[in-house]
Design a protein around this ligand. Structure first.
Ligand SMILES: [Zn+2]
Length: 265
């Protein structure tokens, strides 16, 4: 049996330019998850803009103040994790199921807090992966595939070289040839369609803007759209739930108990 392929996207920091990404995703029939803090260095959307975005996309938590969890006391980290969920649920009137730690920094104690707060999944900044989310303490840990940013390539190199599965791909792509993240996206999407798994594009709208990547993003989303005959477009939470309820999972009871016990509104 051929393994299924899923396509998802995620966008961090809640900058008002997220609305431009949302328009491009809609144009290409794709979905995804926007991780929105209440405040961030580069500015954030208004509550009305967040509600607008929520009408068509998933909104995930990204702490309240775009705070790096590993730099906080446990008490503050908990406030940032739990507080961001409460705030977004108040703003949108919808359940907030996904969490993404700013800069990708977190420790085991944060994984437990994120699970205890009632989130279903945690998106990491691990790059170069086509794996479905893996479970830890009843939480779906979700890696990514490609960052929509040219300077993301060195980060991809550091990540990919550790992963033997991608060593050959890395050499083929970057031995004096492509320096283009859209090339990388294309090759990895083809690989996902061939072998199954999850293709996860992520980025920051403000960063795409600063590095003039809008046209390139449009091109990438176009070929992601073209892959929809062979792959299913899902939000991060849909992908997380899929992995938590798969037949290989022995931990579904815990996930359901989160659904039932989460009552804050
Ligand atoms: Zn961020």
């Amino acid at each position: 049996m051929t393994r299924a392929t899923y396509i998802t996207t995620s966008w961090d920091d809640g900058h008002p330019l997220d609305l431009r990404i949302a328009a491009l995703l809609s144009k290409h029939g794709l979905t995804g998850t926007f991780y929105v803090p209440m405040t961030a260095e580069n500015g954030t959307m208004t509550a009305a803009q967040i509600r607008d975005l929520r009408s068509a996309f998933e909104i995930g938590a990204h702490t309240i103040h775009h705070a790096v969890l590993t730099k906080l006391t446990k008490e503050r980290a908990w406030q940032e994790i739990m507080g961001s969920k409460c705030w977004l649920e108040d703003v949108t009137g919808r359940r907030c199921s996904m969490f993404c730690p700013p800069t990708g920094a977190f420790s085991h104690s944060h994984v437990e807090m994120i699970q205890r707060a009632g989130f279903v999944g945690l998106r990491t900044v691990e790059l170069g992966s086509l794996d479905l989310p893996r479970q830890r303490s009843g939480l779906a840990l979700m890696p990514t595939t490609v960052q929509a940013y040219p300077h993301g390539l060195p980060a991809f190199a550091r990540n990919a070289i550790k992963r033997m599965a991608f060593a050959n791909l890395w050499r083929a792509l970057f031995n004096g040839r492509s320096k283009d993240w859209s090339q990388l996206a294309r090759v990895l999407l083809d690989k996902a369609i061939d072998g199954g798994g999850a293709f996860h594009l992520w980025g920051h709208s403000w960063e795409l803007h600063d590095s003039s990547q809008w046209r390139r993003l449009d091109d990438v989303l176009r070929f992601m759209h073209d892959a929809l005959g062979d792959a299913l477009s899902v939000t991060n939470a849909q992908l997380a739930r899929l992995s938590l309820t798969s037949e290989h999972n022995d931990d579904t009871t815990q996930d359901r108990s989160i659904d039932v016990t989460w009552t804050k509104r």
